[in-house]
Design a protein around this ligand. Structure first.
Ligand SMILES: NC(=O)c1ccc[n+]([C@@H]2O[C@H](COP(=O)([O-])OP(=O)(O)OC[C@H]3O[C@@H](n4cnc5c(N)ncnc54)[C@H](O)[C@@H]3O)[C@@H](O)[C@H]2O)c1
Length: 369
């Protein structure tokens, strides 16, 4: 198969869809890998790194989309990229169709086969191509929180770990899933005082077993959340109800309970955010202030640490890309159910029930597993 990896063109996106080792694995398996010149630069990977491991370099996206049978990338195709998609071309990337009708219509009209990272679900119900980005965002949330608690960034002027004789910061983490547990782990290493709140008792028991003593796990209810807001210097929003908009766990009035200069990092902003006053922001203008509380609501946090995120993402996507390249998409879908579940659009038809429902489009269950 001819596999093409374009340079990402979405704003603030520094990741790339393949590592040099991926080029080597695919070429060893008998495939050709085309890379758009400069595709890896945002992640510190040079054209030479790819050439040395068997890639062929192309100067433009037009040439790449024109030749590749499978496009391997990171973000959903942007309007200019959608014009280049061809009927029967496999596109393996994040799509998040349900959030964007125009994207859905353009991809359907192209007749391309859309294989979405975010719906590749294994037999235990896990989403292995989403997990690494939650790990990145969770760990990064503490790093960003530490930065915005600094006074020049409009924060309270608090050092997460305190010093001998001075209290550490208190961090409240709403949701103890992948993002929340990774945030908790990093915050614990900073010596902060941490509370993780969740509604899933099994999850709380598990976190209680594995977390160090400066992490307390609590049931997430209205009273506990309000008590935490009075205490918190930093709040991490990391709840998820799969397929639904994030619940507003912090109402507008609740901000008055918080200390001036405290910081909210609403990681769940990509699902609407779990704070009533949150609105999406970008890496170039990441924060805003409401009622003296700093809000950070960047929707693509992993993009800022492109190199780490590229490695984390490609580590998990390559084995699936190899399977699709080796077997062809239809045989791969027939033999490997997670790949079947990842196919959202096939030759102009919607093959994912939720996407069809989101836009009232006809659903073709040919890949239902
Ligand atoms: N902004 C970004 O760049 C970025 C990056 C990665 C992930 N995310 C988002 O972060 C969010 C969390 O992702 P995840 O992978 O950790 O999900 P997850 O499913 O692993 O964890 C979510 C947790 O929230 C808990 N929860 C549900 N309702 C709750 C409530 N009322 N109170 C407290 N906890 C509650 C669940 O029990 C679960 O443990 C998602 O919206 C995800 O899309 C954002």
């Amino acid at each position: 198969m001819i596999i093409g990896v374009p340079k990402e063109i979405k704003r603030d996106e520094y990741r790339v869809g393949i590592l040099p080792v991926g080029v080597e694995e695919l070429t060893l398996a008998g495939h050709r890998v085309l890379i758009e010149a400069g595709a890896g630069m945002g992640s510190g990977l040079t054209d030479d790194d790819y050439l040395q491991h068997g890639a062929e370099m192309l100067a433009t996206a037009e040439e790449l989309y024109g030749q590749a049978e499978m496009i391997l990338k990171v973000k959903e195709p942007q309007p200019d990229e959608r014009k280049l998609l061809r009927r029967g071309q496999i596109v393996f990337t994040y799509f998040h169709f349900a959030a964007d009708r125009q994207l859905t219509e353009d991809v359907l009209n192209s007749g391309a086969f859309a294989v979405a990272y975010e719906t590749l679900r294994d037999d235990r119900g896990r989403l292995p191509l989403l997990t690494p980005m939650s790990e990145v965002a969770g760990r990064m949330s503490i790093q960003e929180g530490a930065k915005y608690l600094e006074r020049p960034q409009m924060g309270r002027g608090i050092l997460l770990g305190g010093v001998p004789g001075v209290e550490p910061a208190h961090i409240t983490i709403l949701g103890g899933g992948i993002v929340g547990s990774n945030a908790g782990k990093i915050a614990a290493g900073f010596n902060a005082s941490i509370s993780i709140l969740d509604v899933d008792m099994d999850r709380l028991r598990y976190l209680d077993d594995i977390m160090p003593p400066n992490v307390t796990v609590l049931v997430s209810d209205r009273h506990t959340i309000r008590a935490q807001l009075r205490q918190a210097d930093l709040v991490i929003g990391s709840v998820l109800i799969p397929g639904a908009r994030a619940p507003h766990l912090i109402a507008r009035d609740d901000l008055k309970l918080m200390k001036p200069g405290s910081v909210i990092i609403d990681v769940a902003i990509d699902q609407g955010g779990c704070v009533a006053t949150s609105r999406p922001t970008t890496h170039s203008d990441p924060t805003f202030i409401v009622d003296d509380v700093v809000h950070y609501c960047v929707t693509n946090m992993p993009g800022a640490v492109g190199r780490t995120s590229t490695f984390a993402l490609c580590n998990v996507t390559l084995p699936w890309a190899l399977r699709i390249a080796n077997l062809g998409l239809v045989r791969a879908a027939n033999e490997i159910p997670p790949i079947a579940r990842a196919i959202n659009a096939y030759a102009g038809e919607v093959t994912n029930r939720r996407v069809a429902e989101a836009f009232g489009l006809p659903y073709n269950p040919r890949f239902e597993r």
